[in-house]
Design a protein around this ligand. Structure first.
Ligand SMILES: [Zn+2]
Length: 92
């Protein structure tokens, strides 16, 4: 009887510096139902904050949910090969 053998391949998670972070906000003010006014996605916090200021002035709403997202890339730990990364000396 053979037993399956699983190999643990260590990965590190790195930020993908080729992709811009994404900033956005959504208004969560409201009585019973959230307003839901969304800022849209921007490459920096400035446009999101400016949009929130304008929305607060117009509506009086003061609570929002902010989110910042980035892109992550798992890579095999140094010295190891794995999916998406040929071993040293191996043609790609
Ligand atoms: Zn609102």
């Amino acid at each position: 009887m053979t037993r399956p053998v699983f190999r643990h391949v260590p990965f590190t998670i790195e930020q993908d510096r080729t992709a811009e972070p994404e900033y956005e906000a959504r208004c969560v003010s409201g009585d019973g139902t959230e307003c839901g006014a969304a800022s849209g996605t921007h490459g920096g916090p400035g446009p999101v904050e400016e949009g929130r200021r304008g929305h607060t002035q117009e509506s009086g709403h003061r609570r929002c949910r902010r989110a910042v997202g980035d892109h992550a890339v798992p890579r095999p730990a140094a010295g190891l090969s794995g999916p998406g990364r040929p071993a040293d000396g191996e043609a790609s």
